[in-house]
Design a protein around this ligand. Structure first.
Ligand SMILES: Nc1ncnc2c1ncn2[C@@H]1O[C@H](COP(=O)(O)OP(=O)(O)OP(=O)(O)O)[C@@H](O)[C@H]1O
Ligand SMILES: [Mg+2]
Length: 611
């Protein structure tokens, strides 16, 4: 175990550089400081014991390297630390603590007792902070800090404490924040003699995922995607919840900079903008995001409680965070099966827990070699499939047009099991497409899915060559209000950029002459009307800039295939193949899922097969 460095009092000029201020506000803040200290001392296991929500007692025991007896009185002095010794150190802090203030500040408002032993001592020593008394005690190597009767000598502050239950909740939150960042450290938490949590240490590549599932519950991982981005001096990893996992409150948003939990506007904004396109309304994403950054590029000496940091280059961090989350969300999570129960009232999660993800992926990749499709299809082929001939042909539908460009089975070689979203079987209630893949049944919300496909295509075109447009054979004329006419007249250039050619026929009528290609078979008038409405509401510059995605999304919604439109199997397959090739195809433009997998095992469970 690496030994402790000597604790020294900081020189005055360095003290003056350190963000000053009160750090002890409530039991949870004491706990945060003690956990920081235990982690800095290399602890592999930390036990927290609380009485009365931490107001009566906070005890933190660690198995770190301990404090030498002659250093113990120095440790509780103000401005005494082993962690930095110069201004230069302050510019690249790699420990949780560095101010040399926490123990002194806590000792000033409580009865603090410090028990510690290093590997060089035959026994521990215990120091009473108030009296300075020190005497031998029994203890393994490591440190225990006991903080009793917080604010006993400052009744005014004690009055501000909330109920024990509230203080306990804050304490647990504090332990959770530390535990998420340190899967390699075990944690036990006791309150009033009862064990509340016990998280064992995890090591190796899956450690973070396992700890997340310990602390936040398995459900968190079931609906999350892994993040991984290397961006020069920065590495971002962690997990981001799918849009379906978003919550009304932002209570599962954990951001860390070099292992330290922070509240940072740049980071949270970066995440929010990554969800912009898949999460609507007031829903709050869930995430656990770790930023590892060269310590010289971040100033941790901004706020006395260290909850805020200042990045040397905020833009760089914002971009990296946004990119990390955006690209993780964009990856289609196809080819995974769900582990959920098949109860009908229970919406099925879209994927297996991420911890199993690579294996599932692998299973999927080799699945078609193991199971012959004919064996899977067997009787289903005769009974379940809808005969395409009885469907109404819809050769000019937007999907049919798409299909020409991306024929699903160009050479007849492609095996249906190679398609993550499988082979279309039928349409259900004019709303859902049913498809079969190697793990079971896929159910697709066809409007939602098509809407996303069209939306992504419009966005790509916008960012590339511009939106392709297509002249209508017969212009669509319609009665328009004076405002609509005026709006069309003054926004021709903007409309053209959006792939729309709308000309004025008379003071009360307009004609749509061209629409974005691929959307020609949709309702051109409804499309034109809603774009004009957006233009009136937001103004051209807004529509082209900030509201652009909203406008494209509105257009996609109009163009997307409506409920009750009969699709042929070819059209359904074309849509499935498009979804597979489209980023963010797992959710519609409003953040709802576009498809769900129901595994054969779940179907078997429904019919009690194999029991
Ligand atoms: N659990 C512990 N194990 C080993 N050493 C400890 C422990 N807790 C505190 N120390 C020692 O006591 C010193 C003072 O701790 P204190 O928390 O007051 O300051 P700090 O951690 O250096 O800085 P900060 O005020 O930012 O927390 C530390 O620098 C460290 O050397
Ligand atoms: Mg400290």
């Amino acid at each position: 175990m690496p030994a402790a460095r000597p604790i020294r009092e900081l020189p005055d000029e360095l003290i003056s550089q350190i963000a000053a201020g009160e750090v002890v506000e409530r039991p949870a803040s004491v706990l945060r400081e003690l956990l920081d200290n235990a982690l800095d001392a290399g602890a592999k296991h930390i036990t927290v014991r609380l009485l009365a929500g931490g107001v009566r007692l906070i005890a933190v025991e660690d198995n770190g390297w301990g404090i030498a007896p002659e250093q113990m009185t120095v440790a509780i002095k103000r401005h005494a630390t082993s962690k930095i010794s110069s201004l230069q150190d302050l510019e690249s802090v790699s420990t949780m603590g560095f101010r040399g203030e926490a123990l002194a500040a806590i000792a000033a408002v409580s009865e603090l007792q410090l028990t510690s032993r290093t590997t060089h001592q035959a026994h521990a020593m215990v120091l009473q902070a108030r009296t300075g008394e020190i005497h031998p005690a029994a203890r393994e190597v490591g440190t225990t800090v006991q903080v009793q009767d917080l604010f006993f000598n400052t009744p005014a502050r004690r009055k501000f404490l909330k109920t024990d239950a509230t203080e306990l909740a804050h304490c647990l939150d504090t332990v959770r924040r530390h535990a998420l960042a340190r899967p390699g450290v075990g944690f036990s938490i006791w309150h009033e003699g009862k064990n509340l949590s016990q998280w064992r240490a995890h090591h190796g590549p899956g450690a973070t995922a396992l700890r997340l599932s310990d602390v936040l519950g398995e459900a968190f991982l079931t609906e999350a995607v892994p993040l991984n981005l290397d961006a020069g001096p920065m590495r971002i990893h962690g997990f981001a919840g799918t849009p379906a996992a978003a919550r009304a409150r932002g209570d599962q948003q954990y951001a860390y900079v070099n292992g330290r939990f922070v509240r940072d506007k740049i980071v949270s904004h970066g995440v929010r903008s990554a969800y912009e396109d898949v999460l609507h309304g007031q829903r709050q994403a869930v995430y656990v995001l770790f930023i590892e950054i060269d310590p010289t590029r971040v100033d941790v000496n901004v706020h006395p409680t260290k909850i805020e940091v200042r990045f040397r280059d905020g833009r760089e961090v914002h971009q990296a965070v946004r990119h990390a989350v955006e690209s993780a969300l964009a990856l289609p999570r196809l080819g995974q099966t769900t582990a959920a129960s098949p109860q009908a009232h229970n919406p099925l999660p879209a994927a297996t827990p991420m911890a199993h993800w690579p294996q599932t992926r692998l299973d999927w990749a080799v699945g078609h070699r193991v199971t012959e499709p004919s064996a899977l299809w067997g009787p289903a082929k005769r009974t379940a499939a809808v005969d395409p001939l009885v469907d109404f042909p819809a050769p000019h539908s937007p999907i049919a047009l798409v299909q020409k460009a991306h024929s699903p089975q160009p050479d007849g070689v492609t095996n249906a099991n190679d398609w993550p979203l499988g082979r279309a079987l039928a349409q259900l209630h004019g709303i859902y497409i049913l498809a079969e893949n190697h793990s079971g049944l896929i159910v697709v919300d066809m409007h939602a899915a098509h809407e996303r496909v069209v939306y992504e295509r419009l966005k790509n075109q916008w960012e590339g060559q511009g939106i392709e447009c297509q002249a209508l054979l017969i212009p669509a004329n319609f009665q328009a209000s004076a405002q609509e006419v005026a709006c069309a007249e003054s926004n021709t250039a903007t409309l053209q950029r959006l792939g729309l050619d709308i000309s004025v026929l008379s003071p009360t009528s307009l004609a749509v002459r061209s629409v974005p290609s691929g959307l020609a078979q949709g309702d051109a008038v409804a499309l034109a009307r809603s774009v004009l409405e957006e233009l009136q509401a937001n103004g051209a510059s807004q529509v082209l800039d900030r509201a652009r995605n909203e406008t494209l999304s509105t257009m996609a919604c109009h163009a997307a295939v409506r409920a009750n439109r009969r699709l042929t199997l070819d059209e359904m397959n074309a849509l499935l193949r498009q979804m597979e090739a489209t980023e963010r195809a797992d959710q519609c433009n409003h953040g709802r899922p576009t498809w769900r997998q129901i595994s054969v095992a779940q179907l078997d469970a429904l019919f009690m097969r194999g029991r």
